[in-house]
Design a protein around this ligand. Structure first.
Ligand code: B12
Length: 244
């Protein structure tokens, strides 16, 4: 456990998430933030592992849908608090870029996607959040409408990761693959899959998403390395890996 998150608060938050107790989870999150915990550390070191454990218990039939829903609600409440904290760090006037983000068609998991969106905002990007269960065509329409630089798609289920491919296929069909940095992420996606479908980049974490977007956008603006070339610089320390 990182020293940046006080141990007692981390433990209280983890227990509250495992028990699906939104009230205790938000109280523990407030306590951790007030004690100076880094919001991102809280997500990466407590929220993600706790919710992953919830998922494992659900898979092993140790808990059932009502408990999964309660844990999801607690996770949502916590991430809203953390997002508000991260938003305070934003505020640059000229956006660093425009990001269209959503959870893909068929997927209603949006906790991670919301965190990625908040982090982009906190780093000075303008974010168009399309919400959840977003069809490929909607990603494209919004990207064109808002003149986006980045399309970011989140997928948490094996069944919905195919929707990430639909976005990539659509971009190819309309000949706009090189126009946008297309990032994929979420539990059901990895670098291999991202490469396979022809996404521009993949990141394992929310901070990795911002890092990889920055690297790819910088390459595009300097023309040093075309976005979809094979020479993208890996940002492995943050789990961010440009795919192509
Ligand atoms: C909470 C939860 C729910 C909540 C969702 C609430 C919400 N508003 O999101 C509820 C209860 C509604 C739910 C419903 C279901 N769920 Co659910 N759920 C989870 C759980 C426990 C946690 C997910 C989570 O929020 N994690 C925390 C966040 C912070 O992490 P994250 O999303 O991975 O995001 C991080 C990174 O991945 C990355 N990231 C995320 N998006 C993106 C995007 C980009 C572009 C980038 C670069 C990075 C990036 O950054 C984030 C921060 O670091 C997972 C377990 C797990 N192992 O993931 C199961 C899980 C995803 N659910 C599962 C299932 C099966 C379901 C249901 C089908 C259950 C049912 N029978 O009805 C439904 C699905 C409904 C649907 N159509 O989507 C399965 C999926 C299995 C699979 N492999 O297909 C899992 C894995 C549980 C399990 N082990 O069985 N679920």
């Amino acid at each position: 456990m990182s020293a940046i998150v006080p141990g007692s608060a981390a433990e209280a938050l983890r227990d509250a998430l495992l028990n699906g107790d939104s009230v205790a989870a938000t109280a523990a999150t407030r306590a951790a933030l007030e004690a100076g915990a880094d919001p991102l550390e809280l997500i990466q070191e407590v929220v993600v592992p706790a919710l992953t454990e919830v998922g494992r218990r659900f898979e092993d039939l140790d808990i059932f849908l009502p408990e999964l829903i309660e844990a999801g609600q607690a996770g949502r409440a916590v991430s809203e608090l953390i997002e508000a904290e991260m938003a305070k760090k934003g505020g640059s006037v000229e956006p660093e870029g425009i990001v269209v983000i959503g959870a893909v068609k068929g997927d209603i998991h949006d906790i991670g996607k919301n965190i990625v969106a908040s982090l982009f905002k906190a780093h000075g990007f303008k974010v168009i959040d399309l919400g959840k269960d977003v069809p490929a065509t909607r990603f494209l329409e919004a990207a064109q409408e808002y003149k986006a630089d980045v399309i970011a798609a989140s997928a948490l289920m094996s069944i919905t990761r195919a929707s990430c491919r639909e976005v990539a296929d659509l971009l190819r069909t309309v000949n706009l693959s090189d126009r946008y940095v297309y990032l994929v992420g979420g539990g059901s996606v990895d670098q291999t899959y991202a490469t396979e479908i022809g996404a521009t980049g993949y990141a394992k974490t929310a901070s990795g998403a911002v890092d990889v977007a920055r690297v790819l956008l910088a390459q595009r603006s300097t023309g040093a390395v075309p976005v979809r070339s094979t020479g993208a610089v890996p940002v492995r320390s943050t789990g961010a890996v440009p795919v192509r």
